[in-house]
Design a protein around this ligand. Structure first.
Ligand code: RP5
Length: 163
């Protein structure tokens, strides 16, 4: 089986409710992925092994979701040359603002492309990953164009009382 180009990692099983939206978007675009639980706090050795080996494993992009003190995307980015897109998971205590600031405020030198809190961020992380991969994959570029056209076509001209 061909190596999946996208790794979706998340800090906890509880993040899957958010991160599955990235997975579903990749499914819709025909992009293979491998989803794994990798916690910066609870499984630091797993994080090091994953991040240091991700490029050699054949991944091209990493989507990393975490909540609260969300070190996962930044720590992963520090150990891989691959692009890392961070998804702040909505936390109970601070509605994901803690997650957002933990992920977005990287000091200069190690970038994490940070998306919106929650589902929107997960979907957009998948779409950004698709855009990166499409640079080298014309068939995927066509699927991405078609996905965006379907989205445009689905927007009604006028609001409806039904919707
Ligand atoms: C973070 O802590 C995870 O990314 C998750 O968003 C948050 C809460 O984890 P659980 O206590 O639900 O496992 O590490």
């Amino acid at each position: 089986m061909a190596q999946a180009p996208v790794a979706i990692i998340m800090g906890s099983q509880s993040d899957w409710a958010t991160m599955r939206h990235a997975a579903e978007t990749l499914d819709a675009l025909g992009i293979a992925y491998d989803a794994r639980i990798v916690s910066a706090h609870r499984t630091p050795d797993r994080l090091v092994a994953f991040a240091k080996g991700a490029k050699a494993e054949g991944f091209q992009v990493i989507i990393a979701g975490a909540g609260g003190a969300a070190h996962l995307p930044g720590m992963a980015a520090s150990m891989t040359p691959l692009p890392v897109f961070g998804v702040p998971v909505e936390s109970k205590a601070l509605s994901g603002q803690d997650s957002l600031l933990s992920i977005v405020q990287m000091p200069a030198g190690i970038p994490v492309g940070t998306l919106a809190i929650g589902r929107a961020g997960a979907v957009n992380a998948a779409l950004l990953s698709a855009a990166v991969l499409a640079l080298q994959d014309p068939a995927l570029a066509e699927r991405l164009d078609a996905w965006r056209k379907r989205q445009s076509d689905s927007v009604a001209e006028r609001p409806s009382d039904e919707g």
